[in-house]
Write a protein that binds this ligand. Structure first.
Ligand code: AHR
Length: 521
């Protein structure tokens, strides 16, 4: 077969050129065994009323000099549209169990405080209708977390009636008066948040009783949401690696009747080697890079352990595992309010994101939802803002590169990952996943964790004849390279030369990089 050399019009480098100190790796991609769908909802986001996640990050108000549509900043909307964000979890987090929705609707907003996150003033200017407008603008589904900790089933039931009733109930009329006659669609409903800690410090048994009450009485009235489009209810799962909580909830679920039910069980898992978070998010070296990546890879075991318990009570995998808070949690950036959880975002975070997304994809039959924490200005953010300025982070670009994997069918890839060692930390040198999209294209992602050595990849493609290929790589000069307002293009994806020859794909992946290759049938 003729060799195809594709490089987005850039000069193509012959792949047989001498590869100084490059490792060699063989991947066996078996496209004939396309499996579970990689649910697009694993690329979900999380936006909490915390620091400048909502206020400034999304909401600037209609009178702001920052270009906006009905108070929502246009630059952020445009950036998020490109990510095809499948769902946004809101209003928290810990904030959710302190949130009283009535204070955030209508023309008279109630000004309160945000006791979880620095005790700052919460103007309630961004409430239900603004959130729904934001989702509409970015083209995303709602994942609403209801208040189980300090709210009541009645308050939550009325919130759902406000959002979803099609009939002219008083609450539906309030909604119409507030600018939205048609009922909203709610993709996901979170029944509390971290109910074992900030959500009320409940035992699993106590939470289970609450879960039964809330899933019974908090109803979605939108007639368009029956059948396949029904609102998925997500129960709170464990907050650590133990399995007792999951046992309690799943055991009860196995015997549930018509009167209560849920569709997903959440887990939260931050990449943080020790609490309180002490690792710096900027200006670190290979040692911290290696330790953080080692820590993040523990997600695999966590998912396996929780899935094993779920398999026991739900072998048909009806209940999804929803990793609805994940990401790196570092020490607060010096000079910022520590309660605002501001951190830098580096190439390390893009690699960390790809490793986690690959773990979720490998468990696509069970992990059908995940939400990185958080979307803007908080923790491992996609976007950072400074008043009118906006910056796209390395994590943003990693998510952008993964867009083609949304709802694509998982394709197995076998490879010897090799080992990279720094001091007493050992990591797999490589990671990879593949998927086939609805148009028949094959997509391959390769992460090179090794900060020093490139890798020469040769991939055999069983069950797929590639006519052409193209690739993009995200890398940068150093593991701690960041994008700044002054230099926003330091860590951005660039085309990478790839070759298809005799049915095999060949490319060189740079050290410390995330690479995505598309193959046309
Ligand atoms: O994402 C920040 C906080 O982390 C969330 O509010 C809480 O759910 C978790 O502990």
């Amino acid at each position: 077969m003729r060799a195809f050399l594709i490089g987005f019009g850039f000069t193509v480098i012959a792949l047989s050129a001498p590869a100084a100190a490059a490792e060699k790796a063989h991947l066996s991609v078996d496209a004939s065994r396309a499996g579970a769908k990689i649910d697009r909802n694993i690329f979900g986001q999380f936006a909490e009323h915390l620091g400048q996640g909502i206020y400034e990050g999304i909401w600037v108000g209609p009178d702001s000099a920052i270009p906006n549509t009905r108070g929502i900043r246009n630059d952020v909307v445009a950036a998020l549209r490109a990510l095809k964000v499948p769902n946004v979890r809101w209003p928290g987090g810990c904030f959710a169990d302190d949130y009283h929705w009535q204070k955030g609707v209508g023309s008279q907003r109630v000004v309160t405080l945000n006791p979880n996150w620095g005790g700052v003033v919460e103007p309630n200017a961004f409430g239900t209708d603004e959130f729904m407008d934001f989702l509409d603008q970015i083209g995303s589904d709602a994942y609403v977390s209801i208040n189980v900790g300090s709210g009541t089933p009645r308050e939550a039931a009325e919130w759902l009636e406000y959002m979803t009733a099609a009939e002219p109930t008083t609450l539906a009329q309030d909604r119409a008066r507030n600018g939205h006659r048609a009922p909203y669609t709610i993709g996901f409903l979170g029944i509390g948040n971290e109910s074992w800690a900030c959500g009320g410090n409940m035992t699993a048994d106590y939470y289970l009783d609450q879960l039964k009450i809330y899933t019974r009485f908090v109803r979605n009235f939108n007639p368009a949401q029956e059948g396949d489009r029904h609102m998925l209810k997500i129960a709170v799962g464990p907050g650590d690696g133990t399995t007792e909580w999951t046992e309690t909830i799943m055991k009860a679920w196995q015997k549930h009747d018509w009167s209560w039910d849920f569709d997903g069980l959440s887990i939260h898992n931050y990449t943080v080697p020790h609490w309180p978070p002490s690792f710096a998010s900027a200006e670190f070296g290979v040692s911290e890079y290696s330790q953080i990546l080692k820590t993040t890879l523990a997600m695999e075991d966590l998912v396996k352990r929780q899935s094993a318990v779920m398999d026991k009570y739900d072998p048909q995998k009806k209940v999804a595992l929803a990793v609805d808070e994940w990401g790196a949690w570092y020490a607060p950036l010096p000079g910022t309010n520590p309660a605002f959880l501001v951190q830098q975002n580096s190439l390390r975070d893009a690699i960390l994101a790809s490793l986690n997304l690959n773990i979720f994809a490998r468990h696509a039959d069970r992990v059908r939802m995940a939400n990185i924490a958080q979307m803007i200005n908080v923790l491992q953010a996609m976007i950072m803002t400074d008043k009118e300025k906006m910056l796209l982070t390395p994590t943003y670009y990693a998510f952008k590169m993964y867009v083609p994997f949304q709802d694509a069918a998982f394709v197995p890839v076998a490879f010897d990952a090799g080992t990279y060692t720094h001091g007493d930390t050992s990591l797999p040198r490589l990671d990879a996943i593949a998927a086939k999209d609805k148009s028949g294209k094959l997509w391959l992602e390769i992460t090179n964790l090794d900060p020093d050595q490139p890798a020469d990849i040769e991939a055999s493609l069983a069950g797929f004849t590639a006519k052409s290929a193209a690739g993009e790589t995200l890398t940068a000069p150093a593991v701690d390279s960041v994008n700044t307002f002054a230099a926003p293009g330091t860590v951005v994806p660039k085309p990478v030369p790839v070759e298809v020859k005799s049915g095999k794909l060949a490319l060189r992946v740079a050290p410390k990089s995330v690479t995505v290759v598309s193959l046309e049938p």
